[in-house]
Structure formats: structure tokens, C-alpha cells
Design a protein around this ligand. Sequence first.
Ligand code: MN
Length: 279
Amino acid sequence: MKRAVKKVVTGSVQYDGAGVKLVRVIGNATVYDFDPFLMLDAFDSRDPEDYIKGFPWHPHRGIETVTYLIQGDIEHGDSIGNSGSILDGGCQWMTAGRGILHQEMPQPADRMLGVQLWLNLPKKNKMTHPQYRDIRGDMVPLIQKKGEEVRVISGVYDGKEGATHGDYVEMTFLDVKLEPGAVWELPVNTEDTVFLYLVEGKAIVGDGESILRENRSALLLTEGEEVLVEAGKEGVRFLIFAGAPLREPIAWGGPIVMNTREELNQAFEEIRNGTFITR
Ligand code: MN
């Protein structure tokens, strides 16, 4: 069965970090519908004042953060010794596991266009070792066919392996550009959570229903084995995310996402007494 649109979530402008203007597309209010995806922050600015204050040193536990830049430059560093830059077409896949401290500092660019996704970790992996994966733009397979251009950040598309699959939650993450009127299909696991984030343009999603949406929206799809997207008359660029739901309780406290209130309290106690980061 082809998937239809189940729910449309429109993002809202928020400030986070030391004062970064962003659009929070999904978040606290949508966690159970979008399970295993916790949060999606979208960046699109041509004014460095919107983002140069950045996200100075802060902790994470219990999640993975997946930062993908279509365009821009984010300098970063973390408590396990990694530092560098996320540049055009690159993706930083950071597993916080039992605990990491990091900073994410966007640098002035002509345009900063990208997203940060928070992917939940299964209960049994929340306290795994922290890990960091730097996926440069040239490591992301690009598939070009008639009317379409697909970047395979994670998962498989058209028989082509992506830069990763995800280590704990298997996730499909594609960046898809379609020419006007192009029709695009993706087979998916019937019960996976699948959502699209429209970067630019408009599209018709689903079978027979004309659902056209403006930018800054996430479209959660119904269950089914196939995603069908028809580009609008100006074409469309969207990100698509798919993964199996965890169906576990969620206790969310800022940068820490665990299963129970006690585990959250424990994390904040460790941050206070300096035992959060272990080596
Ligand atoms: Mn962070």
C-alpha cells in the first residue's frame, strides 16, 4: 500500500544554544507519533547574526544527534577528542551514549542550510560508549537519474549503500531533489515511522490525494510499503527519514533523553558533581 500523509507538523521559530535562531520542526509534542525521531531543528539563514553565537559546551546522553548541512560550516569539538568542521554536504553523526560534552559553532557562510535530527537510542543502548562519525560530503553517494538527484546519507537507495546505516537504530536518511513534475518512489518497511521535511518547493505526497505544503513542515506518513512523491511545478527538495519505532517510555530533560525520571535525575546529579563524563 502507498503511504498517505497522516499528520503535518509546521515548525516554529525558536532560539537555542547561546542564541541561535532556528525552526523547531518536531520536538517534545510529537515524540510518540514520530518515534524513534525526537527532534528536528532546521537552519536556513543568509545572516550570520542568526547563528554565530552557536551552541557552546553542553552535555548529551541517551541519544544520537545527526547534523546535516546542505550548505554552511559548523566547527565542533567534543570530550572524546574529536574536532573539525561540518561543511557543505557533510553529516556529523554523534552517538552521545552514556555521555558526551560538545560544542557546535556555526561559522559565517553565504547561507547556512541544514538540519539537526535527534535520534533516540534504544533502552538497551542508552549507556553505550560515545561515538562520533564524520561523514564528509564526498563520502555521501549521489545517485542521479532522470528528473532526480538523491544523496544517500544513511540506508540504501536504488541498491546503493549509503555512508552509514546507523549503529543502533537502522535509519534511512535521504536528501532528494526532484525536477518539476518528477515522480519518485521509495520502498520502505511497512511499519517504520517515515517522515519528510520539505527544504524547498512543493510536492504531492501519497496516492491520489493532492497535498501541497509550504516549507518548514514535516509530513508524517501512514504505514505502508511505498512512498510516492510527485514534485510540484517548481520542483522540490526534501529530506526523508525512516526508522522502526522503539515503543519505549521517554523521559526528556533538555539535552538528555532517557526512559525514566530517575535516570534523568541521575544524569543531572552526575553533571553537578562532575562524574558525567567517564573515560
Ligand atoms: Mn548538541
